[in-house]
Design a protein around this ligand. Structure first.
Ligand SMILES: [Zn+2]
Ligand SMILES: [Zn+2]
Length: 324
């Protein structure tokens, strides 16, 4: 337990309210204005406008993606090489093999998707429901992405968790992650030799590959923040992470949130400097996505205790310094 507090100005009566963070996180809907008793945070699926990418981007993500973008011509080249053809292939693959979700197709899932998009203030790309026994969601493509969610995730997870997972994917879209993430996945699948990527030999790619896979982990930290913003529920985020890590439906009654959180903090303590690089490469070789979910919970919990998190949920205008 910490004694941190956050400050939010009531949007109804203008009163400034200070409240203890730990207590608020137990149920954000209970955080009300001391003066007019109205809810201080937008947490019931209400859209959040004005939310900026930098409001949710994790500093490690920002730092790593800046390095990727500083590689001369990398982004332009990627957009050209991977761009329209890959987008067309990805869209056709999904149009031809999965269900395109919309007002007529799986409307409840469509509604959850629109809710998540409203929370992240992002134009939602096409959403597909993919038949798979593995609970998962992913965003694919290059310049025009598609979002996919598997049938197992929809079947096994509750509605708040699904909104959160969709918010996670939409955060990747909002933060401009998709191009580099697709590149990482293609490398992991050994697809580069097929594409003969920009004529670059694998050996020249090695330092970029390491940079890319490490960033891939960092990009998850930002997307997890998007997940928190989408639902406004720390409990939903922790539950989702626990289910994705090892949640058995049969053992649902035995799964312990507190023990899981302890494990997440312990995982962070175990992490050594370059461990993420080695792990990332290992995962890449095994073609695994969304790894290290337990570790990420530590960072999501940390962010949920900051004023920045409450500013986003309150829809408060973030003060950005004006030039001169
Ligand atoms: Zn008020
Ligand atoms: Zn992700």
């Amino acid at each position: 337990m910490t004694n941190d507090t956050a400050t939010v100005t009531c949007r109804f009566c203008g009163t400034q309210n200070r409240f203890p963070v730990e207590k608020a996180l137990l149920d954000l809907t209970t955080v009300v204005c001391g003066n007019c008793r109205m809810g201080l945070l937008r947490v019931n699926g209400e859209p959040l406008t004005n939310i900026k990418a930098e409001d949710i981007a994790h500093p490690w993500d920002k730092e790593a993606i800046a390095k990727l973008r500083s590689i001369p011509y990398a982004e332009e080249l990627l957009k050209k090489v991977m761009g329209s053809t890959l987008d067309k292939l990805t869209l056709f693959e999904h149009m031809g093999g999965a269900l395109k979700v919309g007002p007529r197709q799986a409307p409840s899932l469509h509604r959850m998707y629109l809710e998540a998009a409203g929370r992240l203030d992002v134009d939602p790309p096409p959403l597909f429901l993919v038949q798979s026994p593995i609970p998962n969601a992913y965003t694919a493509g290059a310049n025009k992405p598609v979002v996919s969610i598997t049938s197992a995730l929809v079947d096994k997870f509750d509605e708040r968790s699904i909104v959160g997972v969709l918010g996670h994917e939409l955060a990747h879209v909002k933060l401009g992650h998709v191009l580099f993430r697709t590149l990482a996945v293609l490398i992991a699948r050994g697809a580069l030799s097929v594409l003969n990527f920009a004529g670059l030999a694998n050996i020249a790619m090695q330092p970029i590959k390491i940079l890319l896979f490490k960033w891939y982990q960092m990009s998850e930290l930002s997307a997890d923040r998007g997940e928190l913003v989408a639902t406004g529920s720390l409990a939903a985020h922790v539950r989702t992470s626990m289910m994705l890590a090892g949640g058995s439906v049969k053992l649902a009654n035995e799964l312990d949130v507190a023990a899981f959180i302890d494990q997440a903090h312990e995982a962070e303590q175990m992490r050594e400097n370059d461990m993420l690089v080695s792990i990332s490469e290992m995962f890449a070789n095994q073609n695994r996505t969304h790894p290290l979910g337990v570790w990420r919970v530590h960072h999501a919990l940390q962010w949920s205790r900051t004023q920045a998190f409450f500013d986003v949920l309150a829809g408060q205008e973030r003060v950005h310094a004006l030039p001169g």
